[in-house]
Design a protein around this ligand. Sequence first.
Ligand code: FDA
Length: 306
Amino acid sequence: MLLRNSLLWMAGNPVLRRQASHSRLIRPLARRFVAGETMEQALQVTRDLNRQGAHVTLDYLGENVTAPDEAAAVRDTYIRLLDEIARRQLDSNVSLKLTALGLDISSELARDNLRAILEVARRHANFVRIDMESSAYTQATLDLFETLYCGEGFTNVGVVIQSYLYRSAQDIERLIALGARVRLCKGAYKEPPTVAYPRKADVDRNYIALAERLLLHGNYPGLATHDAAIIAWVKRFTREQGISRDRFEFQMLYGVRRDLQQQLLGEGYHLRIYVPYGEAWYPYLMRRLAERPANLLFILKALRHR
Ligand code: FDA
């Protein structure tokens, strides 16, 4: 727990971020979890994964931008990305963070940038997933989602719910009532016990409770986890309830549990791989290390052999 908290603290530290991003030792190691620094590299990885039978969601890395110009550049990158996915006929949607589109500056700015992306996605019959960030942004994210999904009729947008938050049971019911597409994950940020379950067993239990609601009543839920016990439960539950494989998808992160990914594909389940790319990979990498500090060993070993 101490190590997890330290790694999550490091994820948010701007000085470490600057140093690591330029470190010639750490940069190549990020490649285990990040497709590359360029769009071209990410599109090539997408093609390879599609050939293996996996769907993809592409994430242009970045968060917490502080200037409107930066947010506009992120918006334009997503628009180019959607155009390229369509041009190359790839099986991929996109995932994005509202703080990369300017949410820290104003919710109107983030909304306008997201709307421009959604319009292009709609033209290509594609879908946009809004990632969920720390609990400081949960309400603003869900509000913005509803404005565009209900208020402006963008049915090609979905959100993410985190099972570590106490509020998620209520949020799930509202999203089910709206017919919204939800990705369910456990949650990757450092949260206080006032808003999130501190014990992993409770987070896991809540994941199953929320997944059950989504599988029974949701709109094509994305079950994002590498937890073998939960995946086994999903397979059992859907079999028992007669829920067919085209009514939900599993989702996993690029580079994590590739054995499980191959197994699910071999068994004929829908699987979407979350493929991040871009130069701003540092906080993403630190969150992956925090989830499984044993990954640090992988990095240390690689450093020893250099
Ligand atoms: P858990 O942490 O219990 O891990 C189960 C097993 O998976 C481990 O025992 C290990 O074998 C393997 N594993 C997990 N993480 C690993 C890692 N980093 N490296 C190697 N092995 C690992 N979070 C969030 O807050 N907002 C979001 O929008 C998203 N979006 C998202 C999309 C997708 C497609 C996925 C898969 C995950 C997210 N997450 C996320 C991250 C999520 O909240 C969570 O932190 C991770 O998925 C790890 O939790 P697991 O469910 O895998 O379980």
